[in-house]
Design a protein around this ligand. Structure first.
Ligand SMILES: Nc1nc2c(ncn2[C@@H]2O[C@H](COP(=O)(O)OP(=O)(O)O)[C@@H](O)[C@H]2O)c(=O)[nH]1
Ligand SMILES: Nc1ncnc2c1ncn2[C@@H]1O[C@H](COP(=O)(O)OP(=O)(O)O)[C@@H](O)[C@H]1O
Length: 215
């Protein structure tokens, strides 16, 4: 594991809160700066999801074997499926000098939040309300009724934890996408500039890119 370099960015939030949508915009705006930590999961791929890009889709047996071999930094069960971040997923991004972005749920966050080695920045994406979260999740058309209900039940606990002061470095309120993305980008750019000023690493690509957006 690489110890020095930019702090990994952890994005957490209830299913349907907008994590993937916000990250897609971030990767599009800064293609050279960020790299996605590709998690393992036992859930089935959705239409359009590619193995090795969105997730490493594995069987329960494969996941358990990998856990026993100590391949994961953290693992969790979410809505009946297993998820985990492998050491390799993070290393792959860090070895390329990029800021590693992890999209994980709160049990995983709890496992890594105090890791000195990772030293992650924690972002919580908060939906406007449970009712709006449900509308957005239904609108996405990826879930069965059962999986939707499981996600909404978990969402209440996640929102409680996520909005408790001190649990995250920032809470991004996802009311409108434009405002939420601006808030996320501002937080990240400020953080990376701080790290750069402390000579932790160089984020030329991010800063020059960002400045060109300001003019
Ligand atoms: N702990 C942990 N959670 C993960 C990991 N990968 C994804 N998740 C989380 O698992 C939850 C479900 O993800 P997914 O099945 O893609 O559904 P979605 O969030 O509704 O798009 C989300 O909260 C993700 O952030 C992982 O490697 N570890
Ligand atoms: N600010 C927003 N306003 C309206 N719809 C949104 C907003 N943000 C995200 N969505 C929609 O809500 C759904 C869930 O977002 P998604 O990014 O898939 O959430 P997550 O990755 O957190 O599960 C998607 O259909 C997305 O297009």
């Amino acid at each position: 594991m690489v110890k020095q370099g930019p702090r990994p960015l952890v994005i957490c939030g209830p299913s349907g809160s907008g994590k993937s949508t916000l990250l897609k915009k971030l990767f599009k705006e800064f293609p050279d700066t960020f790299g996605f930590s590709v998690s393992h999961t036992t859930r089935k791929p959705r239409p359009g999801e590619e193995n090795g890009i969105h997730y490493h889709f594995v069987s329960v047996e494969e996941m358990q074997a990998a856990i026993e071999k100590g391949e994961f930094i953290e693992t969790a069960v979410f809505s009946g499926n297993m998820y985990g971040t492998s050491k390799k997923a993070v290393e792959n991004v860090q070895h390329n000098g990029k800021v590693c972005v992890l999209d994980i749920e709160i049990e995983g966050v709890k496992q890594i939040r105090n890791s000195e080695r990772l030293n992650p920045l924690l972002v919580f994406v908060n939906p406007p309300s449970i009712e709006e979260l449900e509308r957005r999740l239904r609108g996405r058309q990826t879930e069965t009724e059962e999986s939707l209900q499981k996600r909404l039940n978990t969402a209440r606990i996640e929102i409680d934890y996520g909005t408790t002061p001190g649990n995250f470095d920032v809470v991004v309120q996802n009311n409108t996408l434009t405002q939420a993305y601006d808030d996320l980008r501002d937080f990240i750019v400020r953080e990376l500039e701080t790290q750069q000023n402390q000579d932790v690493f160089c984020v030329t690509s991010l800063v020059s890119n960002y400045k060109s957006f300001e003019v």
